[in-house]
Structure formats: C-alpha cells, structure tokens
Design a binder for this molecule. Structure first.
Ligand SMILES: C[S@@+](CC[C@H](N)C(=O)[O-])C[C@H]1O[C@@H](n2cnc3c(N)ncnc32)[C@H](O)[C@@H]1O
Length: 366
C-alpha cells in the first residue's frame, strides 16, 4: 500500500482537495451549459480514491461534483462528458475502478459521464493526450508527488491547450533544497534563485517562472504550507476561469487570497479581509485609486482585467472605491452615447465595456 493513502490526509492535502472541489463546482456548470460534444476531466495522478480514514480523493470528488450537476447535464443532451483517471500504480487503478465503475450515473440510473481508466507513466500518457484535446474543453488536475513530473516542457505543452483549465500541485520547496540536482533541471529555476525568494515565497516565484514561459496563459498560485512549502498552480486562457479560481482562493484565504498560512507575515492569515487592513490588499487598493485618478483605466473592463491579473476581484476589492468616486462626482460611468450608468465590475464588462470619465478638477493626467 502506498503510504500517502494509509494515514489520514493532512490539513494541507485537505486544503488542496477543497480547492479542487470548489473549482470543479464552478467550472462544471459553465462548460456543461456551453459545450456541444466532448468535454474532459483529466486526473492524471489520481490515486486509489481516498485515504484509509475515509476522506475522498480527487477522482471521487470529481464524480460527486458531476452528480451535483445531474439536472444540467441531462438537460444538455449534446454534451459528452468524459472523466479520465490515470495512475502508474496498478493497485490504485484497480481499487478505483472497482469503486467507481465505468459510468457516472445519477440516483435514478441516468448516464451523466463516462469514466476511462489508464495505468501509465505520466510522461508517456501526457504527450498522447495533448494533440487530441487542442480545442476541446477540459479540466486537468495534475497532483504529482514532489516536483519532477511537471517540467517547463510540460507547461509549454499545457499552453497549447486553448480551452483547458489546469491545476497542478508542486512541492515548491524542492527547488530551494535540491534545485542543483539533476531531477530538478527540467524546471529552469536554480537552487540559488529559489532560495533567494525566502521560504514563504518560493511557490509564488515558481508560478512566476512558469508564467514567464507561457505569457498567453493566466497563471495564479496558491501556496500551501505543510511541513515544507507546496502549492497549487492554476492556468487558463480566459479571464472567467481566472476569476473563478481567484474566488476559490479568496474563500480559502480571506486576507490575501493565496495561501493557507500568513504568507506576508503581517498577522493576516485567518483574519477577515473585510476591513481592508492587510498589507497586500491595502497597498493594492491605494495603488488602484491612484491609477484610477490618473486616468489609467478607460473602461470598467480595464478595471476588471487589472484586478484579476493582479490576483484580486474587482467586485469584491475595489467596487467601493469606484462607487465612492462616482458619488463624489469625481468619476462618471458612461456608455458610448454619454448616458450615465451604474458601477458594474463583473464579467459583463468584457462584452460591453462602459467608459470611466474623470471630471475636470480630479487628478487626471489628461
Ligand atoms: C499525491 S498522489 C494523488 C492523490 C490524488 N489526487 C487524491 O486526491 O487521492 C500522487 C499519485 O500519483 C501516482 N504517480 C506517481 N508518479 C506517477 C507517474 N510518473 N505517472 C503516473 N502516476 C504517478 C502515485 O501512484 C499516486 O497515486
């Protein structure tokens, strides 16, 4: 038996799986409604289905989340949802397939999704999957042990998947400890660089490294401290996926939206972010207001994008600022005809941006 599954999952693993579940819960309905044809959930390091204490692992979580969407799935008769579970350990695949069978059914026996099992080395299976799903919607969960399977090359391959949302786990601390060893060479971060970030920031630095390789993709990290530093890295090509992932992260970490510990050592972890008193959020908000008053944002869509690409959510973190400036007549929100409109900073901005007009007398550079 693999020791990872013998004991109860630790708190870090439970956090990781909660984030996976929460992301699936917002990802699934979105794609179920939009997809005609195939849509995949790939879990390529799936394990046997859970620990010995009865906590469900990622493949069982995926099946549970699919069942939650039964009504939507049955209503969309053109969707073909396929779950692919892979693990190199044959015992894990046997145990999992005995538990889950080949189909996900609802409580009345209606077919919701198909399950395919593979028992392959990740580095053999992954290159076969990539060309087959270039344009296919999919969610890929890569929950490796350690840090050696998800290389720079794998990340570049992920970038070719235009409609994939990817969540992978990595023992980031590995690069600070063993970054000079051969197994670490497939990720272009040296031991010195990894160490220079300081022990709390290694995972963020690793995410920045991957982001630099694939500038077209949005990347967001979530750091997880167990005994050492680990973390999840999320990637996708669209703002809406990024927003959904960040919502999950801010639910986990109300103060900073990016870790299961006090990542900036400002006593923020576990504190309520509603007061906007924590360093990261306070600095971002101050900078945001300065930029807004300087005319850096032409539209509400600019604000929406700026917040997301900096790890914040406009409706949650800056709406009150925009609202206040509008009430103070410093700012107005207008459509193309000049009609005055309400503040609206959610995803609707992307399709139909509204202009942000600074009144004369504000700090605008214009
Ligand atoms: C961290 S566990 C996955 C746990 C799983 N996500 C869950 O929630 O229960 C990593 C899994 O990857 C499998 N594994 C390790 N190296 C692998 C490789 N090179 N290719 C495929 N599977 C591998 C292990 O057998 C193990 O089941």
């Amino acid at each position: 038996m693999d020791p990872f599954f013998e004991d109860e999952f630790d708190e870090g693993t439970k956090t990781k799986l909660r984030i996976y579940r929460d992301y699936l819960r917002s990802w699934l309905p979105n794609w179920v409604l939009r997809t005609r044809g195939r849509c995949y959930i790939f879990d390529l390091f799936c394990g046997p289905g859970g620990d010995n204490a009865g906590n469900n692992g990622s493949p069982v979580i995926a099946v549970e989340e699919v069942r939650l969407q039964a009504e939507r799935i049955l209503a969309s008769n053109e969707l073909e949802l396929i779950l692919v579970f892979n693990d190199k350990n044959p015992e894990h695949i046997q145990k999992l397939s005995e538990r889950l069978g080949d189909d996900v059914l609802d409580e009345n026996g209606n077919h919701l999704a198909k399950i395919l099992y593979r028992q392959e080395e990740f580095d053999e299976l992954f290159p076969k999957i990539v060309p087959a799903v270039q344009e296919t919607p999919c969610l890929m969960f890569l929950d490796q042990y350690g840090a050696t399977q998800i290389s720079d090359e794998v990340v570049k391959q992920i970038d070719t998947l235009q409609r994939a949302d990817v969540l992978f786990f990595v023992a980031s601390n590995f690069f600070a400890r063993f970054g000079d060893q051969d197994e670490a060479k497939a990720v272009g971060i040296s031991k010195e660089t990894a160490q220079s970030s300081g022990p709390n920031q290694t995972h963020r630095m690793l995410a920045n490294h991957f982001a630099s390789l694939i500038p077209d993709m949005f990347i967001a990290p979530f750091s997880i401290r167990k005994k050492n530093l680990y973390g999840l890295i999320f990637g996708c090509h669209h703002y809406i996926g990024l927003e959904k992932f960040l919502e999950v992260c801010w639910k986990e970490d109300e103060a900073n939206g990016e870790a299961n510990f006090d990542i900036y050592e400002d006593n923020s972890y576990g504190a309520q972010a509603g007061l906007f008193s924590h360093t990261k959020l306070r600095v971002f908000r101050e900078e945001f207001e300065r930029k807004l008053l300087s005319g850096d944002f032409q539209s509400d869509a600019d604000v929406y994008r700026h917040c997301l690409t900096n790890g914040f959510i406009a409706t949650r973190h800056v709406r009150d600022i925009v609202e206040r400036l509008r009430k103070e007549d410093v700012l107005s929100i207008q459509d193309e005809s000049g009609q005055q409109l309400q503040v609206r900073l959610g995803k609707a901005c992307l399709d139909d941006p509204r202009f942000l007009i600074l009144s004369s007398g504000s700090n605008s550079q214009d």
